[in-house]
Design a protein around this ligand. Structure first.
Ligand SMILES: CC(C)(COP(=O)(O)OP(=O)(O)OC[C@H]1O[C@@H](n2cnc3c(N)ncnc32)[C@H](O)[C@@H]1OP(=O)(O)O)[C@@H](O)C(=O)NCCC(=O)NCCS
Length: 347
């Protein structure tokens, strides 16, 4: 049976080779670009050593479970949590129990073990292990142009017809609206963002701690993507932020609203951030804006701002170990804040 040990720098080449075999050359190259940032520079990993579990058989590495340590606000307490990511087992050794041992080792060492955007095989394994599954994370989209509703599998005449019929509605939804508060761009997250998080944390039953060191690492220092950050202020006091970027997809141009924070009851403030993102998306010639959001109050405001809930495949699983939570904890996710920016989903 495989032995599970912590990763050491000597394992790097073997892990990269395994990654190429399991996920393919392109994904391996993308992972190599992110690797130092993702595993060595995470401010929530004070040891500075990557928290990666390795399955070893003699000299051969046959699996890994890599993790992203975070601080988590859970049921009124802050504790150490860990997003599991890039779990893999060598193809010839899959379905022989190695994945399960890796999952269990990771879980034994986490105050809360978290999984987002699961592959079909890991999703099945989480289910087999009977982990709570409060996902998927709802996906919401706001159309901005007639191209927003196109589908690649529809014939061109159907796409044209749908675009023509829906255009008047899309125009109403996408019309520019005035901002009701001061919104501007920021280059970095100053310490006042930590104060904002500390003020808002009690509003959430579940959320990753969004303090300034975490936000700078995640959205300013990431080597693989460039984000814009909009901040909301009233009388010089910080009230929220939104992180977004524009991407070209096969079906058109999309603005991704990756992460955001504001008091969920501050409807005017959150809507001002959304209107700013609308403007930026229009300036970038995007056909739509897409976001992922679990929190009910934010979702309600998104819908009032022209977003529609669409099918989501972003599966989500959580197991809290560090504190005892009531049985009903996993059933009511209305005050859980999880977005596309969580884990390493946006890559
Ligand atoms: C996910 C993964 C790490 C699981 O490792 P593993 O060693 O095969 O898992 P185990 O043998 O411990 O557990 C097997 C269980 O996992 C699930 N599973 C694993 N591979 C599966 C597959 N190809 N299809 C469906 N279910 C699968 C099933 O529940 C299976 O139970 P069963 O054999 O009784 O049906 C491995 O399948 C893998 O490397 N997959 C490719 C990479 C990947 O998708 N990683 C996840 C990224 S989020």
């Amino acid at each position: 049976m495989a032995e599970i040990v912590r990763y050491t720098p000597d394992d790097r080449r073997a892990v990269e080779a395994l990654y190429r075999r399991v996920f393919g050359a392109d994904a391996a190259e993308a992972s190599r670009l992110r690797w130092d940032w993702q595993y060595n520079r995470n401010p929530n990993n004070p040891s500075g050593k990557p928290v990666i579990w390795i399955a070893r058989e003699g000299p051969t590495i046959v699996g890994q479970y890599a993790t992203m340590p975070v601080r988590l606000q859970v049921h009124g307490t802050e504790l150490d949590g860990s997003w599991g990511m890039d779990v893999m087992v060598a193809p010839e050794r899959q379905r022989q129990g190695i994945g399960e041992v890796l999952f269990r080792t990771w879980d034994r060492h986490s105050g809360a073990s978290l999984g987002l955007g699961l592959s079909p095989s890991s999703h099945r394994l989480f289910r087999k292990l009977r982990w709570p599954e409060p996902g998927p994370i709802p996906c919401l989209a706001k159309p901005l142009t007639r191209r927003a509703l196109r589908r690649p599998h529809w014939p061109e005449p159907v796409n044209r017809l749908v675009s023509a019929i829906t255009l008047p509605v899309v125009r109403v939804i996408a019309r520019p609206r005035p901002l009701r508060a001061q919104v501007s761009l920021a280059r970095r997250f100053d310490p006042e963002f930590t104060a904002l998080w500390e003020r808002l944390a009690p509003r959430f039953e579940f959320a990753v701690r969004r303090d300034a060191p975490y936000l700078n690492w995640k959205y300013i220092e990431a080597p693989h993507v460039r984000y814009s950050v909009a901040v909301l202020r009233r009388a010089d006091t910080l009230h929220g932020y939104a992180v977004y970027r524009h991407v070209q997809e096969p079906r058109g141009r999309v603005t991704l609203l990756v992460d955001f924070l504001a008091d969920p009851d501050d409807a005017a403030g959150f809507k001002s951030l959304l209107r700013w993102v609308d403007r930026e998306a229009r300036d970038a010639d995007s056909d739509k804006i897409r976001t992922y959001c679990l929190h009910r109050a934010y979702r309600r405001l998104l819908k009032r701002s022209g977003y529609f809930q669409v099918r989501s495949t972003m599966q989500f699983t959580v197991k809290v170990n560090g504190i005892s939570v009531p049985r009903t904890f996993y059933d009511d996710t209305s005050r859980w804040h999880v977005t596309l920016g969580d884990s390493d989903q946006d890559r």
